[in-house]
Design a protein around this ligand. Structure first.
Ligand code: DOR
Length: 444
């Protein structure tokens, strides 16, 4: 008896595939952007393209739910094209982009302008946050449900750009208008203003975590969690940087999801400021080892849902301004996975937990349709990594317009080799392939 051969766009053969069942040595068939078969497919399927994944691990495509790609208005720092190119080179297949561009993303027109700019230029899938502010609070229930919108983002403390919602009444209007999980930058603006004089006098970036101290972060986190409890609003606290917040957030997990960033898990004060100067300047700040240890413990204990990069590029000339005039922010979308794979190599987290934090977690927390796991019918977003490959991260490798990374010169073990976005190879053998094929992400 002869069996009919089935045909796919792409076959991925012989990899160790991270499915909801665990790590399985299986093949994957991708057709029209989706996963259509899993199992032993050799001899049963043909394909237009085949990828030999022997010796590689196949992860669900990494979803980075916090990046700043600066377009429109600040394209001397970053663009949607370069930002998403860096994303796929680093194994990221989806991004959520932040609203502190120029203009800010506050209206349906602002959102549409970003979607128009991304079409045909983005190398990975994308969604855009709407900024929550006094000027659009009553429109947020409509805005947050527009196609391509990742939800509402609120800055409680000023960081970079003009988006700020620190006033009690404005904040309450924002929290009460809308139902989706709301992403929050939690630093207390009044306390930051009161303490700013401390750094004006010292003019040393080593003081950055002292100015934007633990209490500034904890006060804002408590305030927004308490306010959200009044109306039952779900929250996502971005880039949590202190052990104190983690202890508090562990008591509010039924409503609040938690993000940490690779830089808060990897760098520590004062060493990073001594070595990198203002390149290590970030809001909220990179803090002492005690806090880094507490963030790792929160990963271990399940308090953390998501790792996002907070990719926030500024040019080297801007970063070279004397502190505190130097802007806060560093690149991160391209190094998120290499840095985490290196932590995996050093035993700080398991591969299953890495997958949970970088794909399953964001998909669960934000209600992303058809992404976040390798399963039949899901989008064929796949990140193929070599857990043993050793590479040196360099500025030269960074695709960002800003052209630098705080990890320049760092030797890591574990590296993304191929990146597949909805069945199309965006990166093959560590080099760009194909055409930008990114689409807006769809939410439940
Ligand atoms: O350091 C930061 N820079 N933190 C933020 O939250 C914003 C970001 C930026 O946009 O530069």
């Amino acid at each position: 008896m002869t069996s009919t051969l089935l045909h796919a766009d792409l076959l991925i053969l012989g990899g160790t595939v991270l499915t909801p069942n665990g790590a399985e040595r299986i093949d994957i068939a991708c057709q029209s952007g989706r996963i259509v078969a899993l199992g032993d497919l050799r001899g049963r399927w043909t394909a237009d393209a085949t990828l030999d994944a022997a010796g590689l691990h196949v992860l669900p495509g990494v979803i980075d739910s916090q990046v700043h790609f600066r377009e429109p208005g600040l394209t001397h720092k970053e663009t949607l094209e370069a930002g998403t190119r860096g994303a796929v080179l680093g194994g990221v297949t989806s991004v959520f982009e932040m609203p502190n561009t120029q203009p800010l993303t506050l209206s349906a027109e602002d959102l549409q302008a970003k979607l128009d700019r991304a079409a045909g230029r983005a190398w990975c899938d994308y969604a855009f946050y709407i900024g929550g502010s006094g000027v659009n609070a009553e429109h947020l229930p409509m805005l947050e449900n527009l196609p391509g919108c990742a939800g509402v983002k609120v800055f409680m403390g000023s960081s970079f750009g003009d988006l700020l919602a620190d006033d009690e009444t404005v904040l309450r209007r924002i929290v009460r208008n809308g139902r989706r999980r709301m992403a929050v930058h939690a630093e207390d603006e009044a306390r930051l203003r009161a303490r700013r004089a401390l750094v004006e006098a010292s003019v040393n970036v080593i003081q950055h975590p002292h100015w934007r101290d633990v209490k500034s972060a904890l006060m804002a986190t408590r305030r927004i969690v308490e306010m959200a409890a009044e109306s039952g609003r779900r929250l996502h606290i971005l880039h949590v940087s202190t052990g104190e917040e983690m202890a508090y957030l562990a008591q509010h997990k039924h409503r609040v999801s938690v993000e940490v960033t690779p830089h808060h898990l990897t760098l520590s004060a004062p060493e990073c400021y001594e070595r990198l100067g203002t390149l290590a300047q970030m809001n909220p700040p990179v803090r002492e080892q005690y806090h880094q240890d507490a963030l790792w413990q929160a990963i271990q204990e399940g308090v953390v849902d998501v790792i996002g990069s907070d990719h926030a590029p500024h040019t080297r000339a801007e970063k070279a301004k004397p502190y505190p005039d130097s802007p806060s922010g560093m690149t991160g979308v391209q190094t998120l996975l290499p840095i985490l794979l290196d932590h995996l190599h050093h035993g700080r987290l398991s591969l299953h937990r890495l997958v949970d934090l970088t794909s399953a977690g964001p998909a669960r927390v934000f209600g992303i349709q058809g992404k976040g796991r390798i399963a039949l019918g899901f989008d064929a977003d796949l990140t193929l990594v070599d857990l043993h490959a050793q590479r040196t991260i360099t500025n030269h490798w960074i695709a960002s317009v800003s052209g630098w990374t705080p990890y320049d010169g760092k030797r890591v073990t574990g590296w993304p080799i191929h990146t597949v976005v909805r069945g199309q190879l965006a990166v093959r053998d560590e080099a760009m392939a194909g055409q930008p094929c990114g689409q807006p992400i769809v939410f439940f």
